[in-house]
Design a binder for this molecule. Structure first.
Ligand code: PBG
Length: 324
């Protein structure tokens, strides 16, 4: 017999809507990416990322303390390397006194409880703007992996809690894990950018670090956005090699991938709400075409609903304030 269903009962007022909400955001979900520059007292707004800044280390430390005080407990560091330190080997990446290494130390000294994660890839240090070493116009895998291991160890030495390889070379997670073990860094975690797609939405980030590829594109290492099964293959390899957390990147156009990865693995899944996703919301809001605050919460909720346990986002601070 036909039974009248009253589905709207569960949507009839805020109390019941909140009571039955399947997904909730909390400040603990967020990783705040930070862009660091040389110098002092520098606060440089990134043109394609309004209200997001590249800061000198002194101001970064202040920002980290503020983030911690509002409930954000993890950050992901990126540095802008000086042009005269860049070469094809990327060796500035494991300079003990490099900007990244100094930043990790200063931040851990100032705010020891803050979980410090660091980007591991050669692009900010590469004269070619590629994530790996270039030979005869190609990005070569195994020598790059050796460089990434050195880079990861130097971050661990400086005090990083997690290294986050974003390069998409083959075998790097296993090699980094082995390198950390051999150097007694048994407490350093690996957040692997496991399914990272070759995306046009990284544009504003490359402005922020002046790290756009000097030739070609990143399609021989980052994934083809037409593919889904390949994301699972990549992620399973990373878990097997020792990744503690896996990541899908970008997030918004890849919510299906986040869900599939979440169903396929038994480690926490992270989503990276990337620079172009930030820029789109900022631009539309500036035009008065969407409500920025609502768009922030709706998109972040969609990532969590898709299966992200944690989200790296330039909106971390805004979101915490909005969640109030
Ligand atoms: C570097 C790296 C990139 C991002 C994070 N790490 C850029 C790229 O791969 O070209 C993008 C982040 C963003 O767009 O917010 N390997």
């Amino acid at each position: 017999m036909y039974q009248q269903k009253r589905n709207r009962i569960l949507r009839s007022n805020p109390s019941i809507r909140n009571l039955v909400a399947e997904t909730t955001l909390t400040p603990h979900d967020f990783i705040a990416p930070l862009f660091i520059d040389e110098g002092e007292n520098i606060l440089h707004e990134i043109p394609s990322m309004p209200n997001y800044y590249r800061r000198s280390l002194d101001l970064t430390v202040k920002e980290v303390k503020e983030l911690y005080s509002i409930g954000i407990k993890s950050i992901l560091l990126f540095v802008k390397a000086k042009d005269d330190t860049k070469d094809n080997t990327g060796k500035e990446a494991w300079n003990k006194n490099g900007l990244m290494q100094r930043s990790i130390k200063a931040i851990k000294d100032a705010c020891p409880e803050m979980l410090v994660m660091t980007d591991v890839a050669l692009d900010p240090y590469s004269s070619y703007g590629h994530d790996g070493i270039v030979k005869d116009g190609e990005i070569i895998n195994d020598e790059t992996v050796e460089a990434l291991v050195k880079m990861s160890i130097s971050h661990a030495e400086a005090g990083a809690d997690f290294v986050a390889p974003s390069d998409m070379m083959d075998g790097r997670i296993g090699a980094i894990r082995k390198g950390l073990e051999e150097n007694n860094f048994t407490k350093v975690g690996i957040m692997a950018y496991s399914a990272k797609y070759a995306s046009c939405f990284y544009g504003p980030f490359r402005d922020a670090l002046d790290s756009a590829p000097g030739f070609g594109d990143k399609k021989t290492y980052q994934m083809n956005y037409a593919n889904r099964i390949e994301a699972i293959k990549e992620t399973l390899h990373d878990v097997e090699e020792g990744a503690d957390i896996v990541m899908v990147k970008p997030a918004l156009s890849y919510l299906d991938i986040i869900r599939e990865v979440k169903n396929a693995v038994h480690v926490p899944v992270s989503a990276y709400n990337i620079s172009g996703e930030y820029a789109m919301i900022k631009a539309a809001a500036k035009m008065g075409w969407i409500d920025e605050n609502k768009a922030i919460i709706e998109t972040l909720t969609s990532m969590k609903r898709a299966g992200a346990d944690l989200i790296a986002t330039y909106f971390a601070k805004d979101a915490v304030k909005l969640l109030g």
